[in-house]
Design a protein around this ligand. Structure first.
Ligand SMILES: [Zn+2]
Length: 572
């Protein structure tokens, strides 16, 4: 029996669970059955024989290449490598030996070395056991540099089994006693926010493709843009080497002793990062890229949007074919169209996107053409989070400004503002208190203004009025609302005068009765008229109210008497 492949689960977990469920005595037996090889499924990083595995499981878990990309950590290592390396790596995992794979991925010589400890998160273990009945290894936890669980924020525990050669033929699961007893993690308060950011970036590198695919040229252009924003480029576009190295060292000194960052940013290695931003030669471990991305852009989204922009700029200048056009227009015609677009845009006939749609041009292509032809200032590249901007954002958060407002002011995504807020302990609390106070002042002002402009306003009117501040204040600021004494007295006096007087039913009964008595002598019923109280009442002229007989006993008695008499007359 085989388990379902859960979200972010590794093939190794799948084999280990199958082993537990099947009751085979040795792991090799399960691997033989599933992979046709005793050792293939025992590798927890890069299993081999995936062709055979897919064949034997009748594609229940997908094609071999899908398995390599969705159920192993391979994509993390391939994210910043050309497509041919990906093809080569997958070919090895499909085949019978993965020995050359680490060499191809540059791992033995790379900063993380060849060691890949089994890693887990205690909260994930608990949740997985509750949800599925078993715990499994998550791909995200296995990445070098993933020290924090991106789901729970708890430390990722690294087990020492398998590192020293022990348990090479054992299929472990995260809640095994051997794993728990050897797991440890040492994260200081200083390291926590940094490691959390890098763990989120590692997960993004595992799961997100680069817009338009990998290109070393576009990647370099993206980094250069980030460096320029940080003031780390000279006017001629050269990297300010000494500043760059110091800048990196300052940012990452607190984690410079942790594997794999020790081989990237400690004193002996940090200068090596210069190669990554000059003319990159040789292979760089994904962790190098992720450190640089963190330093330059702060988040994967920001990096990715700059990369996408650079990718757009690299595209050849041809228009996308529209589905209904029989022939795609020539470059010359396109130029005419773009000039037409620029003219109409200048005349205020519509936005670039609306006009592009009208003229049948792809909007991105149109914008790039407008830029190239100098007809319109091209859209700006996304802003990069510098230290100055970060400090200003923190100040705005401390003042309790709404996040949406901050995000608009600094042209940064909501997620970025959230992240900055979460990086600093207690900042969210400070924001909450300040935001409450801001809100309270705004709502109080609204109410004061309304009362000042119409002093006779009643509480009921305030309650009904939109944007009077009353509703918020009645929930959050009751004491102050009560203490607004003019409001209170104004309302009370209005309420008293406005109150409707009680109905005097005996008066009404009296009035109705005398009207009936006046009517009684002359009252006649046509033959077609039904003899009902309402018919009698309708014949009374000029009552100051509409009579309700259930509240007027004497009138009621007389009406009944009149009707009885009329009935008696009809019967004769
Ligand atoms: Zn977790």
């Amino acid at each position: 029996m085989l388990p379902i492949l859960q979200r972010d689960m590794t093939i190794y977990s799948l084999v280990a669970i199958a082993h537990r469920w099947g009751g085979a005595s040795r792991g090799e037996q399960v691997c033989n059955a599933l992979f046709g090889s005793p050792g293939a499924g025992l590798r927890h990083d890069f299993p081999s024989h995936l062709d055979e595995f897919s064949h034997r499981t009748e594609l229940a878990y997908g094609r071999p290449d899908e398995l390599a990309l969705n159920a192993t950590v391979l994509p993390y290592f391939l994210r910043f490598r050309p497509p041919e390396v990906q093809a080569e790596a997958i070919a090895l995992m499909r085949g019978e030996t993965v020995e050359p794979l680490k060499f191809i991925l540059g791992l033995p010589a790379g900063p993380s070395g060849a060691s890949m400890p089994l890693c887990t998160c205690e909260d994930c273990i608990r949740e997985d056991k509750d949800a599925h009945g078993f715990a499994y290894w998550h791909r995200q936890h296995q990445l070098p540099g993933a020290f924090v669980c991106t789901k729970h924020g708890s430390p990722v525990l690294q087990s020492s089994v398998r590192i020293d050669g022990r348990g090479r033929s054992t299929l472990f699961l995260p809640d095994d006693p051997e794993i728990v007893s050897t797991s440890a993690s040492f994260i200081t308060v200083l390291q926590q926010p940094l490691l959390q950011r890098l763990s989120i970036l590692s997960a993004a590198a595992l799961n997100s493709i680069l817009p338009g695919g990998y290109s070393s040229q576009i990647l370099l252009a993206t980094y250069q843009h980030g460096l320029k924003q940080q003031g780390l480029l000279t006017k001629c576009g050269q990297v300010r080497a000494r500043e760059f190295v110091k800048w990196l060292r300052d940012q990452y000194h607190s984690i410079a002793s942790l594997e794999p960052f020790n081989r990237i940013v400690d004193e002996c290695h940090v200068e090596g990062m210069l190669r990554l931003v000059r003319k990159p030669r040789g292979n760089f471990h994904s962790a190098c890229h992720l450190l640089l991305i963190d330093a330059l852009f702060g988040s994967w989204d920001r990096f990715s949007s700059v990369y996408e922009w650079e990718h757009q700029m690299e595209l050849p200048l041809i228009f996308q074919e529209t589905p209904d056009s029989e022939e795609s227009p020539s470059v010359c015609e396109n130029e005419t169209l773009v000039i037409e677009l620029a003219r109409r845009h200048k005349n205020g006939e519509g936005s670039v996107s609306a006009l592009s749609k009208e003229l049948g041009i792809d909007v991105n292509t149109a914008i790039r053409w407008l830029g190239k032809l100098g007809l319109l200032e091209i859209a700006r590249r996304p802003k990069v989070l510098t230290h100055e901007i970060r400090a200003e954002i923190i100040q705005s958060i401390k003042c309790g400004e709404p996040f949406r407002q901050i995000s608009m002011t600094f042209a940064l995504s909501r997620a970025t503002i959230d992240r900055i807020c979460n990086e600093h302990p207690m900042l969210h609390e400070t924001w909450r208190a300040a935001s409450h106070e801001r809100m309270r002042n705004v709502e109080r002002q609204k109410l004061e203004l309304l009362i000042r402009s119409s002093p006779d306003v009643t509480i009921a009117e305030l309650r009904r009025a939109k944007n009077s501040g009353y509703s918020w204040l009645s929930r959050h600021d009751k004491e102050w609302l009560k203490s607004r004494s003019p409001l209170k007295t104004a309302n009370r006096s209005r309420l008293v005068t406005k109150r409707r007087p009680r109905v005097d039913w005996s008066m009404r009964d009296h009035e109705c009765l005398s009207a009936l008595k006046n009517l009684e002598a002359t009252l006649r019923f046509d033959d077609c008229e039904r003899l009902k109280p309402m018919v009698v009442l309708r014949k009374i002229p000029n009552l100051s109210f509409s009579p309700r007989l259930d509240r007027l006993p004497e009138s009621r008695a007389l009406v009944i008497k009149i009707l009885e008499r009329a009935e008696g007359r009809r019967d004769k």
